[in-house]
Design a protein around this ligand. Structure first.
Ligand code: SF4
Length: 379
């Protein structure tokens, strides 16, 4: 039995205007205290009987800005992790990196520590847009980061690109895609910008100081991006995830398939043996709890209905769709019993859903309306 290990590294240099992830401003002494607490959390969490029998199949360090990390502290934590858990041979090990903080030394150390999949948050190649979003990097940082990853022989790496950006038009998006594809990353995450509540961006949009492309244009961007990446040999295996064959992110596939994962760090979530936990969001409270020897978790009491809903939402976003047999095995009921039969029939008739005996998945047209179709199907 394998599970994924997620670490939320909670520090950034500054706050980007669109971001609502939990993070604190980077501070060396707070980082030290965080790693001290993390080591305790790692040890306490390993006492779970399910995890003692299982093997870590993927490690993913996200944030925040993990490329700011003090590598000595990271190495120290990894040795605690390897002492207390069984880590699979050839484990996929991803670290998210902000281009401006990537250096040859950093990537070299990451590689020595076992990282085999850096992911670079490029987001756009338009300098003005990056400034508007509050990002600290410029396009040259992105190109240099990928160059260094190639120099060090990382076979597997990914980039993140956002569409639906302020003032974006087809020409700007096309230029972003061309420049990304030129760098030949094995994996591209292609996300739509979402306006989260209580962010600087939401205020700018509400006041009219920033204008975002309308919905029709944004769907056109996505469609155009999908077509371009398909021509270049990228396979869309999830709505926002595109990979060359064999370079799908195994860690994320585990989430979408309803697999087990342990989340460490503030605000991290876990799903272990059909039980959900959420860690405290605030880094100070996280540290205080762990230095008192208490896991900073609350159990998520959501029941089987919520888990079925989530399985349908996530499964429909993948190219494989929802496996009927896996659904029945997991929940003890058939997929048909959990979805709206009338909507199902209408969506099959309109060509948005592809049913077969083994799975239920979205058609090419359905992918563009994934959220709306999911809403209609769930009763
Ligand atoms: S660097 Fe990433 S996590 Fe940090 S504020 Fe910006 S978008 Fe959010």
């Amino acid at each position: 039995m394998q599970f994924g290990l997620y670490l939320h590294y909670p520090f950034c240099r500054n706050k980007c205007s669109y971001c609502d992830f939990y993070k604190d401003v980077y501070d060396t002494s707070l980082e030290k205290k965080f790693f001290h607490a993390l080591r305790i959390e790692t040890e306490l969490a390993s006492e779970d009987p399910f995890l003692q029998e299982a093997t870590i199949g993927s490690i993913f360090i996200g944030g925040g800005t993990p490329s700011l990390v003090n590598c000595d502290l990271l190495a120290d934590w990894l040795s605690v992790l390897r002492r207390h858990y069984d880590v699979a041979e050839g484990v996929e090990f991803t670290v998210e990196c902000n281009p401006e903080s990537v250096t040859l030394d950093l990537l070299q150390i990451f590689k020595e520590l076992g990282v085999n999949r850096p992911v670079f948050g490029i987001q756009s190649f338009d300098t003005k847009t990056l400034q508007l979003l509050g990002r600290r990097h410029v396009p040259d940082h992105s190109r240099r980061a990928i160059y260094l990853a190639n120099v060090l022989g990382f076979r597997n790496f990914g980039v993140d690109l956002i569409f639906g950006l302020p003032n974006q038009n087809s020409r700007l998006l096309s230029s972003d895609l061309d420049q990304v594809i030129d760098l030949e990353p094995p994996h591209i995450s292609f996300y739509q910008l979402t306006v989260e509540e209580n962010t600087k961006l939401s205020k700018q949009v509400a006041s009219g100081t920033i204008k975002l492309p309308d919905q029709e244009l944004t769907i056109g961007f996505y469609r155009g991006g999908c077509e371009k990446m398909a021509i270049e040999g990228y396979f869309r295996y999830e709505v926002s995830s595109f990979a060359k064959p064999g370079f799908e992110c195994r860690h994320n596939l585990r989430y979408w398939d309803g697999g087990d994962f342990l989340g460490l760090g503030p605000s991290a979530h876990s799903f272990i043996d059909e039980q959900r936990f959420a860690n405290r969001v605030d880094v100070q409270q996280y540290i205080e709890s762990l230095t008192s020897g208490i896991l900073p978790r609350t159990v998520d009491e959501s029941g089987v209905e919520e888990r079925m809903t989530e399985a349908i939402m996530l499964g429909l976003r993948t190219s494989r769709g929802i496996s009927r047999s896996a659904f029945t095995e997991r929940f003890g009921t058939s997929l048909e019993k959990r979805i709206d039969r009338k909507q199902y029939a209408l969506l099959v008739e309109s060509g948005h859903l592809i049913p077969d005996r083994g799975s239920l998945k979205l058609s090419e047209e359905g992918i563009y309306l994934a959220d709306e179709i999911t809403r209609r199907l769930l009763k």
